[in-house]
Design a protein around this ligand. Sequence first.
Ligand code: ATP
Ligand code: MG
Length: 174
Amino acid sequence: MQITRLRLTGFKSFVDPADLRIEPGLTGVVGPNGCGKSNLLEALRWAMGESSARSLRGAGMEDVIFAGTATRPQRDFAEVAIYAVAGDDEEVEVVRRIERGAGSAYRLNGRDVRARDVALLFADAATGAHSPALVSQNRISAVISAKPVERRAMLEEAAGIAGLHVRRKEAETR
Ligand code: ATP
Ligand code: MG
């Protein structure tokens, strides 16, 4: 799966709509301190289903919504869309939206879906919110100092078999 485009509105510091094309290969994000590099990566992880506000450097999930500045009022919602092309050349659009007081919702190609559907889509594609393909600050040392069982989980996700575990867990709880 190749992520080809990222669209953000009201996500953290990206108060105005931003639309980014992502070319094939390795992508680096550069810019001065505080310009929003980490926020961009967090937007990707968030739209892929990240459920931990803390791992997005927030206290609660609504902290991803633009909180306002001295000159601009806060926003009521944040929305991030990921466009990706799967192996069969089919484009998928995954949208996550959060509204103050109303929680998160996901859409897959325009249809309402569960968080689990989005997690499975990306788990099978060896991407996903916790994928080693997304390298954020502190992640390098985290990989080096990971416990064997944690490193195994990273390898399984990279190998594209993490989705099997998710499904097995689901099957076991039925
Ligand atoms: P560094 O080079 O220091 O790692 P960076 O480019 O990764 O910086 P980010 O951490 O992505 O920068 O962005 C930090 C900026 O985002 C800060 O100015 C912070 O105030 C702003 N920010 C974070 N959350 C929100 C929010 N909910 N609303 C508005 N601004 C926010
Ligand atoms: Mg950063």
